[in-house]
Design a protein around this ligand. Sequence first.
Ligand code: SPV
Ligand code: MN
Length: 626
Amino acid sequence: MPHRYDDYLKSELAPVHLEKLMALENPKLRRFVADAIELCRPASVYVCTDDPDDIAYVRRRAIETGEEQRLAMAGHTCHFDGPTDQGRDREVTKYLVEPGEYLGPTIGATDRREGLKEIRGYLRGSMTGREMLLRFFSLGPVNSVFSISGVQMTDSFYVAHSEDLLYRPGYEQFKTLGDSPEYICVLHSSGRLVNGVSADVDRKRIYIDLKDEEVYSVNTQYAGNTVGFKKLALRLAIRKADREDWLSEHMLIMGVKGPGDRTTYFTGAFPSACGKTSTAMLPGETIVGDDLAYLRRIAGEVRAVNVESGIFGIIRDVNPQDDPIIWAALTRPGEVIFSNVLIRDGVPYWEGGGREIPDEGVNYSGAWRHGKKDEKGNEVRPSHPNARYTIRLKDLTNLDPRADDPHGVPVGGVIFGGRDSDTWVPLQQSFDWTHGVITMGASLESETTAATLGKTGVRAFQPMSNIDFVSIPLGRYVQNHLDFVMGIDTPPLIFAANYFLKRKDGGYLNGMSDKHVWVKWMERRVNGELDAIRTPTGFIPLHEDLARLFDEVLHKTYTPDAYVEQFTLRVRENLAKLDRIETIWRTEVEDTPEVLFEVLAEQRKRLEAARARHGDTISPSAFTQK
Ligand code: SPV
Ligand code: MN
């Protein structure tokens, strides 16, 4: 049946591309594509299917346009984002909302009409003389109850190439949608380029239209602002999950080996640059995903899939000792995109990479030599702290065999962890699901990192590590978590991890690899095999169990003194945190569920009673085994 936009599309698309588009009998798609062409005025439109020739075209053009440069090793390329485009930009990322629509203290919101007018103004004519790409992906395994289809239009071959590595192909799946409007649309333009870099930085905008489920992104290239199916689609998926009674989360998924052949699956929510990828990559365990998870209740179980099929990971400190598997994938021939690292003679260098960084080369600031300063007089580091690599998961040797299972993997435990230098013990388990959701997930705080622009090291409210992406009223979001396990006999256990606890003198209390012991302890707890000590804030491990696991996993001695220092309850800090968290939920959130205050009040009572008996710092030996 002919659609309203057919004649226009016929006049704009070459026959071969028109045919690929028209094979998808979807009216909303035709409207979206026609509107985008009319707005951005590209010189031509290339419709990519799942065909390897189309995918190879994108890869080739990324080099030809200069968005990526070939490196010495076969298949390796590098890309630079502009100096002010090195992380997600919260300031200019906004939801477009109808008057009166309430979301809470997440990223900003702006009036839908005005926002559309502004961003569409910036997109107008933005692709003049350039080629527009249309790409289709499946978020989640193809043909699965979990999956969402996504369509991206972009003038960036780097963005489209990154998506090849990060998402499962979705053109064929799109055909099965028929005329359904249930998919996510993203329109991106890098805007005016100077030396291949978005030039109109003050007109950078990322706007999420909640009504039409479309995302607009312009005058930026950093993947977190442009790759449609990472954080842009996450914001829309959270709304869909809310409507359909499941969860869309900023979580890793991993398999942890137990005794015998047992694998227990965990999801883990950590804010950006707080150990999510390194947890998912622990040696000897298996990775399902490192960033985004969809969770559903299926046949009395919680099950999860990875939205993605690749990693856009922080490269800093990836070296043969700490990240041997990623290191191997980054140093052998194969498809890898390096971004914002230092390049010298076709070789990428980054901080903490275990190889000596040369004194000069090329990085995101242009020609670089040791001691270079920016306009503000600050030293330009050789590789940006948020420099990244993009790879396919299947190029890793530790990919879980069930990573593409359309039914997902069963979730035994959920981990919440932030960058917290002074409050939480390194590891604890909640008393039950509600206690975990409220005192761990909804109470998460984390010090800011280079993954977002702005000052780093500032303690910030980070419920479920998802605050930048929550697109429904925040109280409702927490209520959805509370309700999620209704009807499930044995819900996943909830754990809180803190990899960043420091001594008073400022040194970290734990080594980087200690997290491996923590996940092994969680695995045993999920399987009911170890006892624990009940403290006012949760169950903590026994020294003897950790000592055994340290020996087994890391071949290290774990002394009683180290244990006491790490697991001493810091009552004052925990009470101060309760004050901060309660204030936010009371004063900044309009729809906080009452149970949240009740559960926080119970925690406060337990902490105060313990303080009355034992003082402000309480050794684990003061509490009883349970
Ligand atoms: C993160 O910052 O959480 C990331 C990278 O996973 S991105 O969101 O794409 O910037
Ligand atoms: Mn992330």
